[in-house]
Design a protein. Structure first.
Length: 93
């Protein structure tokens, strides 16, 4: 997925139909990595609206929320992670 930077910004427009829907131009859909049936998220920041791919945005939110969790749980090496996996597998048997 290619993200547009400030330097790559380009003017484009779309009409809003009676139901409030907009057809995103092809170049915008390509940049977002979306097609028919995909979902987008609208983020409002400082009076501007950003449109992002919902799946990508959800993954970014999860990654931010999980940042530091492994370290907090003491999973700071491959050995400790392997030990946890083995323990979980034993519990599941």
């Amino acid at each position: 997925m290619m993200l547009a930077t400030q330097a790559e910004a380009f003017p484009d427009s779309a009409s809003i139909v009676t139901e409030g829907q907009i057809a995103l131009p092809n170049k915008i859909r390509s940049i977002l990595g979306v097609d028919n049936g995909s979902r987008v998220t609208f983020i409002i920041e400082d009076g501007a609206v950003r449109i992002v791919n919902s799946a990508v945005y959800a993954m970014q939110v999860i990654q931010r929320e999980m940042a530091g969790e492994a370290q907090r749980l003491g999973l700071d090496s491959e050995e400790t992670i392997n030990a946890l996996v083995k323990e979980i597998r034993r519990e599941g048997e």
